[in-house]
Design a protein around this ligand. Structure first.
Ligand code: RAM
Length: 350
């Protein structure tokens, strides 16, 4: 990424002192220009999915002449993000786009930011609706749940044991997908011969996800499929399965660039196929929404739309949430299935 610097914690402290954001390890200059300063906060560091979102966000902000501050917290927890939000308030940034690590615990800090005149939006993972103006949602929750359940159904042959690998117990997006999957499994007869035997939490980290995968393999000898609702988790699980003596398969949500080595049709290939939306486009959409909010072109109300020329499908309509008509979201679109036939091409994109 352009102008990106990786810094040590001592340097981070010094930069904080001079008013430059430094909640995680990646920091960019924050000198306010005419188009304003736009901050991006991911869930955590060491995750290529988060880097891809940040790249898309930064590209659009810089093309518009704005200054971009990218923050990847050390851990995928609310406290790590609160420290960053507090720092961004003191820097007087114009907007914050955040992938929330917790549905409720960021509300106070985000409301303080809002009171300081900062526009707040969420992307990837939402907060409670009062804390943000709108949410850039990657794909419909029910669609994700249905796609995941159908993958488990198909790969298992329609019956037997499956497990789910998630991130943290606090993550709004994973919890929503998990709940929708469980509702679907309970209500649709199609899935009645499938048994969910475990839900494991790998904290969106490679090592923990790998350990949890190992635990699942040991605890459930009849396990057929693991469905990972996390890009870090699916890669770690695919690696673990490929190194173990097991016929268990992995599917779920993951980056083609990370899964290229594991997607295949043979017995040795741990992952028959996986899915994801375009994380760079999600970052681009969030940047476009922030720019439009700061310029006053939109207020985030239902019925407005966001122009995002770098993404197919633009303009994107802002719509009211069915379960909370006062709150809105902007839906990016659908998912792509990565198979042995197309994974290499997609690996070049993200
Ligand atoms: C991980 C994160 C992110 C999720 C993807 C699929 O990288 O938890 O929030 O959307 O996986």
């Amino acid at each position: 990424m352009k102008n990106q610097k990786t810094i040590s914690f001592a340097a981070a402290a010094a930069l904080l002192f001079t008013g430059i954001s430094a909640g995680g390890v990646i920091v960019q200059g924050a000198e306010t220009q005419e188009a304003g300063t736009y901050a991006f906060i991911s869930k955590s560091m060491d995750n290529p999915y988060n880097f891809a979102m940040a790249e898309g966000f930064q590209e659009v902000i810089e093309e518009a002449g704005g200054e971009c501050v990218v923050n990847h917290p050390l851990n995928p927890y609310a406290d790590d993000q609160i420290t960053i939000i507090d720092s961004l308030i003191s820097q007087h940034v114009d907007a914050i786009a955040i992938a929330a690590n917790d549905e409720t615990r960021l509300t106070e800090s985000l409301n303080e930011a809002k009171a300081a005149g900062i526009q707040i939006i969420t992307l990837d993972s939402d907060t409670d609706h009062s804390a943000r103006t709108t949410f850039c949602n990657q794909a419909d929750t029910e669609l994700i749940a249905q796609t995941m359940m159908d993958a488990v159904y198909d790969i298992s042959g329609g019956e037997g044991e499956y497990a789910i690998l998630s991130t943290t117990t606090y993550a709004t997006n994973q919890n929503a997908w998990l709940e929708a999957m469980q509702n679907l499994a309970a209500s649709d007869d199609k899935y009645s011969s499938l048994t969910l035997v475990d839900i494991a939490y790998g904290e969106d980290k490679a090592e923990e996800s790998s350990e949890k995968t190992q635990d699942l393999l040991e605890a459930h000898p009849d396990l057929k499929v693991i469905c990972a609702l996390t890009s870090s988790g699916i890669t770690a699980a695919a690696k673990t399965i490929s190194e173990a003596e097991t016929s268990v398969k992995i599917t779920g949500l993951g980056m083609p660039s990370e899964l290229e080595a594991y997607i295949g049709t043979g017995e040795d290939a741990p992952c028959p196929y996986a899915y994801l939306w375009n994380p760079k486009d999600l970052g681009r959409l969030a940047a476009s929404a922030c720019l439009s909010l700061v310029s006053g072109e939109i207020t985030g109300q239902a019925g407005e739309s966001v122009e995002a020329d770098s993404i197919e499908g633009s303009p994107f309509e802002i719509t009211a949430l069915p379960d909370d008509p006062e709150a809105t979201e902007i839906l990016l679109g659908s998912m792509t299935c990565f198979t042995p036939d197309n994974v290499s091409q997609w690996a070049e994109v993200f």
